[in-house]
Design a binder for this molecule. Structure first.
Ligand code: SF4
Ligand code: SF4
Length: 343
């Protein structure tokens, strides 16, 4: 079941529908830029569908992403400066990568984008977030690093980095009254990101109610079910058929799969164009969409402690059920006796 919603009421915006909107995408958090790259593989919808106006009803959209824009250097940053001064609205701010703590050291900086023209000093990612978020129509965290800190925020890291909601505050809302929207995943599942973006674009024109989010600020329709609930291998789990090594079609819970407790739709949705999806193709789920990732899922290759108990419990009835099903199956594999030639 989905968690309780932060914004459960159905309320359409009363303000004027937005006709044109810009997307300012900061990939200068602590990240591998994998979310930008993942997004280019989306098909439902694709980034081309959105930018070329192939989808009816949404505003005209322009994307400013350092990897995908044709502008570079000062030309690229000009839009960010204008937005920071409140001269570039409305815009969706997408943040990729964890947000470092720039106050935990005597000198230097952890992450920056461009330089200040007057001082010549780097403009830190934190400064950009401070300057841009007050003007943004909505702020979206793309990927687990930006949503919850992710790999960079592991215990013992020197950067003190964190997710956007830990930086801005979990109750933060944009000037349009929209909470931070977290779309976790390491990297983000391409269609999960683009579908969330499409939802927000429909909300911007007044064709969708306030985006429903759970307590961890994830879209409820994307993160309400577990990997296990959509996994191709679920039937094997139920019959207690567990793999002891990779390369098997059986359930891989004993190899370290956390799918039964992880909220992620990749088992059902696949990775690109419906193909792939970690356990479906033999990869254990390591919980990359979850706020506790990665620390609470390590060591990755060990059987999750809780599954020792649950897989043992499943084994007590699963093997008996499987044997009974085999018996029924054998019968069903034979045609009824009257379908025989009599002469
Ligand atoms: S592989 Fe993982 S998600 Fe799939 S059925 Fe087994 S435990 Fe569940
Ligand atoms: S199935 Fe698990 S490892 Fe794969 S994307 Fe989902 S949460 Fe991450």
């Amino acid at each position: 079941m989905p968690n309780s919603s932060v914004s459960p009421q159905i309320s359409f915006q009363s303000s004027e529908p937005i006709k044109e909107i810009e997307i300012l995408w900061i990939s200068a958090g602590l990240s591998c830029d994998g979310d930008t790259i993942a997004m280019t593989g989306a098909t439902q919808p694709s980034i081309e569908d959105i930018l070329l106006g192939a989808i009816p009803g949404i505003p005209k959209v322009k994307l400013h992403n350092a990897f995908l824009s044709k502008e570079v250097g000062d030309d690229f940053l000009q839009n960010f400066h204008l937005a920071a001064e409140g001269k570039f609205a409305p815009f969706i701010l997408v943040v990729e990568g964890s947000i470092p703590d720039e106050h935990n050291k005597q000198e230097g900086y952890w992450a920056a984008l461009g330089t200040d023209k007057t001082t010549g000093q780097p403009i830190t990612t934190c400064e950009w977030i401070d300057r841009l978020t007050p003007h943004a129509w909505v702020v979206v965290a793309a990927g687990t690093c930006s949503a919850y800190g992710g790999i960079h925020a592991m215990a013992g890291n020197p950067t003190g980095c964190m997710g956007l909601a830990d930086y801005l505050g979990w109750k933060w809302k944009s000037k349009a009254g929209i909470p931070i929207v977290n779309v976790p995943g390491c990297p983000v599942q391409p269609d999960n990101f683009m579908e969330t973006l499409l939802y927000l674009l429909y909300q911007a024109v007044g064709l969708a109610p306030m985006i429903p989010l759970d307590e961890q600020l994830r879209p409820t329709w994307l993160f309400g079910a577990t990997v296990h609930e959509g996994c191709d291998r679920g039937g094997y789990y139920e019959q207690a058929e567990f793999a002891d090594e990779y390369g098997s079609p059986l359930c891989i819970v004993k190899l370290g799969c956390w799918g039964p407790v992880v909220q992620c739709n990749v088992g059902k949705r696949g990775w690109m164009a419906g193909i792939g999806g970690c356990p479906n193709v033999g990869g254990i789920c390591i919980g990359c969409t979850m706020p506790g990732f990665p620390d609470k899922f390590m060591p990755f290759m060990n059987q999750p402690p809780g599954s020792l108990l649950s897989s043992h419990a499943v084994a007590t009835y699963g093997k008996a059920i499987h044997a009974l099903r085999k018996f029924t199956q054998t019968s069903l594999n034979k045609e009824p006796s009257w379908r025989r030639r009599k002469t």
